[in-house]
Unconditional design. Structure first.
Length: 62
């Protein structure tokens, strides 16, 4: 009975692990091939918009 649960958990871990790795690899391929050439433009625009925002949380610097 213990071997059944051990096998079950090993198969479950493999399925979850393979699914996670597959998602990461697919996302990387999608960004590389279909992401376009404007990725840095979008990143720079986001940084420009957020440049004046105040920081939230933490201790105030004196």
């Amino acid at each position: 009975m213990i071997s059944y649960f051990l096998d079950f958990f090993l198969v479950a871990a493999c399925v979850i692990g393979i699914t996670a790795v597959n998602g990461i690899v697919t996302n990387g391929i999608g960004e590389k091939w279909f992401g376009g050439k404007r990725h840095s433009h979008i990143f720079d625009q986001s940084k420009r918009i957020q440049s004046g925002w105040s920081q939230v949380g933490g201790n105030k610097k004196r």
